[in-house]
Design a protein around this ligand. Structure first.
Ligand SMILES: Nc1ncnc2c1ncn2[C@@H]1O[C@H](COP(=O)(O)OP(=O)(O)OP(=O)(O)O)[C@@H](O)[C@H]1O
Ligand SMILES: [Mg+2]
Length: 370
């Protein structure tokens, strides 16, 4: 039976939406009515397909273990567990609602767009997860079921570990209580070499190996289990900082004693690598910025030079045009003066001629009459 949005359970919880489905359970976003607080409800139906009575009883034990351990843990990198409820035949785990979705969803989105995580983003997630694991390990517990769908994000993008129903924990261990005949429950593809062997009491470094698998998957989009043993991260993708290459090899060491011992050690190694990579990037950005500024200054200088050159040319052109104008004005004046002189000359010449003419003609007339 699936719950519908708006449905009220046990007078305490209002169902808001179905947000996910696992192998046997459904997960709902809900509200704790009294506190108006969001929560997630993981609902296990007794009659779920493939879930027999024995397996259902195992889950009852797992949920109880999760509540018992969860009640002791209040850590930003661990999903908080509030309690377990029975509703009819259904078993309900009440926990903190992780509004940022799961790492499984992010990996799927990246895979679909054929883009992988930026190194810094993947390392930041790995640091958060390792820190959460460190908290579990400090309580002598081993998660045993770390995988992308059990890594959730809060509203600030901080990664948290969920689902520690399969945890191996001293005093509370379910191994003796659950009926599954396997040595270490977990998820195929996300198990350490020693986890796959029956009978080992797992060390915290088993979770560290699984974290290595998840980090490898974030960075490459590949499943490390399909990759030839001994392959380094830098053999699969380009531009891997050498420190990160070595660290991944260490996290994925076959022998558990060659790995960081627990989440806390892994977190500090990952954190160191992350801050080294961040510093390198910041230095590179600063260097690039300086170079860009230098280039800009050079361009500005060249521009200023061009501007001055153009100004000089304009000035020269102006002076030249003034000279030409003056010259043209001078020649016009010269032309006027010359014209004036010619006209003046003609006038004077014709006056002289008329005077000469007057002097000669009357004399000759006098001569003929005499
Ligand atoms: N506290 C939570 N807040 C928000 N979403 C959650 C929460 N817990 C689980 N989910 C979502 O519900 C989905 C189903 O979770 P569930 O734990 O039932 O199965 P799973 O982890 O995907 O697989 P498996 O059944 O193998 O453990 C998760 O992938 C996750 O996206
Ligand atoms: Mg889960």
């Amino acid at each position: 039976m699936t719950y519908q949005p708006g449905e009220i359970l046990l007078d305490k919880y209002r169902i808001e939406a179905l947000i996910g489905r696992g192998a046997f359970a459904e997960v709902y976003r809900a509200t704790i009515i009294k506190q108006s607080k969001p929560c997630a409800l993981k609902v296990l139906h007794k009659d779920a397909p493939g879930l027999g009575n024995k397996l259902f009883e195992d889950f009852v034990q797992r949920f109880k273990l999760e509540v018992e351990l969860g009640a002791r843990i209040d850590h930003p990198n661990v999903v908080q567990v509030f309690g377990v409820e029975h509703h009819g035949d259904n078993l309900i785990l009440v926990m903190e609602y992780a509004s940022g979705g799961s790492l499984a969803e992010r990996i799927k989105e990246h895979r679909e767009s054929r883009k992988y995580f930026e190194i810094e983003d993947a390392l930041k997630i790995a640091v958060d997860v390792a820190t959460g694991l460190g908290e579990l390990h400090s309580r002598d517990a081993v998660h045993r079921d770390l995988k992308p769908s059990n890594i959730l994000f809060d509203d600030m993008g901080c990664a948290m570990i969920a689902d520690f129903g399969l945890v191996q924990v001293r005093g509370l261990s379910m191994r003796s209580q659950i009926s599954q005949p396997i040595a270490h429950p977990g998820t195929p593809g996300y198990m350490s070499p020693e986890q796959e062997n029956i009978g080992n009491y797992l060390r915290p470094s088993s979770d560290v190996y699984t974290l290595g698998l998840v980090l490898f998957e974030m960075l490459t989009g590949r499943d490390y289990n399909y990759i030839e043993p001994g392959t380094k991260l830098s053999d699969v993708i380009d531009n891997v900082p050498s420190g990160l290459d070595k660290l991944i090899t260490k996290l994925l060491a076959e022998k558990s004693e060659n790995r960081p011992w627990n989440g806390k050690t892994a977190a500090s190694m990952l954190e160191r690598e992350l801050s080294r990579i961040r510093n390198e990037r910041e230095k590179r950005v600063k260097r690039e910025l300086k170079e860009a500024e230098k280039r800009d200054r050079k361009k500005e200088k060249a521009k200023e030079h061009e501007r001055l050159k153009a100004k000089r040319q304009a000035k020269r052109a102006y002076i030249w045009s003034r000279i030409k104008e003056t010259l043209s004005q001078i020649s016009r004046r010269t032309r006027i003066i010359t014209g004036g002189l010619i006209i003046g000359g003609i006038v004077i010449a014709s006056l002289l001629l008329s005077v000469v003419h007057q002097d000669i003609v009357p004399k000759s007339r006098t001569l003929t009459t005499e």
